[in-house]
Design a binder for this molecule. Structure first.
Ligand code: CO8
Length: 258
């Protein structure tokens, strides 16, 4: 495992656990965090033995945003020329499923990274927000778009225009998170969920992720056609034969990811 400065990485069976680890800055996302996450997500995608990934933070903060101290003195030309924060699209291009497990603050870029996950689960202590307007800027890593898709215009506009935080109960009610668990159980619950996903047919997991994400990009008719073609395609896999014959024979399927 590479030697990282801002994240901790552990393989737990077929699940990769990644913990943001900048406790002095409430896990603020600086360029090193981004570089290291790009690296670890690429390694996860390439490793046939790893079938789900959990990204988490600390009890106090998943991540309190992009690193304000790193950004504060930048000018437009620098931001634009460097296309500041380009690279997050590599994280969202991960083909295999991953989960964000959020306790404490998920603000600004922290909320935006959590929303990049395929499944978001929250501790009862979680607080989500897009407070960039209080800093004289706006969301810049997808927050205005993903939050609006997730919870609708009414609440997204209110949160982005006021910077108010949403607690875990409201986040669940609004459809931002799949589920809320007691803070003490967050990582264990996220790993349990990840192990369930890791136990499924790997190709079907990738195809499922592509199908659900297509709902954001395609019309209903295009999305249904895309879904059906992927479904047809899986009949070319060994795992489809294995899954269906195991069902008929009343035994557990043994997946090969082929
Ligand atoms: N960046 C850098 N340092 C931070 C950040 C941050 N986002 N958040 C907290 N820290 C640091 C603090 O400066 C402090 O450091 P120090 O001890 O050296 O003073 C340490 O973490 C602890 O923080 P606090 O003392 O403030 O802790 P509190 O418990 O009092 O408060 C809060 C916790 C409420 C979370 C508070 O820290 C806070 O408001 N943080 C900022 C939240 C925020 O505004 N986030 C949005 C950042 S902007 C952003 O994410 C834009 C994303 C898009 C960029 C795209 C570019 C293309």
């Amino acid at each position: 495992m590479a030697d990282y400065q801002t994240i901790l990485v552990e393989a737990k069976g077929a699940v990769t656990l990644v913990t943001l680890n900048r406790p002095d800055a409430l896990n603020a996302l600086n360029s090193t965090v981004l570089k290291e996450l790009i690296d670890v997500f690429a390694a996860y995608d390439a490793d046939d033995g790893q079938r789900c990934l959990v990204l988490t933070g600390s009890e106090k903060a998943f991540a309190a945003g992009a690193d304000i101290k790193e950004m504060a003195d930048q000018g437009f030309a620098q931001m634009y020329a460097s296309n500041f924060f380009q690279g997050w699209e590599k994280v969202t291009a991960t083909r295999k499923p991953w989960i964000a497990a959020v306790a404490g603050y998920a603000l600004g870029g922290g909320c935006e990274v959590a929303m990049m996950a395929d499944i978001l689960i929250a501790a009862d202590t979680a607080k989500f927000g897009q407070p960039e307007i209080k800093l004289g800027v706006t969301p810049g890593m997808g927050g205005s778009q993903r939050l609006t898709h997730a919870i609708g215009k009414a609440k997204a506009m209110e949160m982005c225009l006021t910077g108010r935080m949403m607690d875990a109960a409201e986040a669940e009610r609004s459809g931002l998170v799949a589920r809320v668990v007691p803070a003490a159980d967050l990582v264990a619950e996220a790993l349990k969920l990840a192990e369930t996903i890791a136990s499924m047919a790997p190709l079907a997991a990738i195809a499922t992720k592509e199908q659900v994400n297509a709902a954001y990009e395609m019309t209903l008719a295009q999305g249904i056609n895309f879904e059906r073609r992927l479904f047809h395609g899986l009949f070319g896999s060994k795992d489809q034969k294995e899954g269906m014959s195991a069902f008929v024979a009343k035994r557990k399927a043994e997946w090969t990811g082929r």
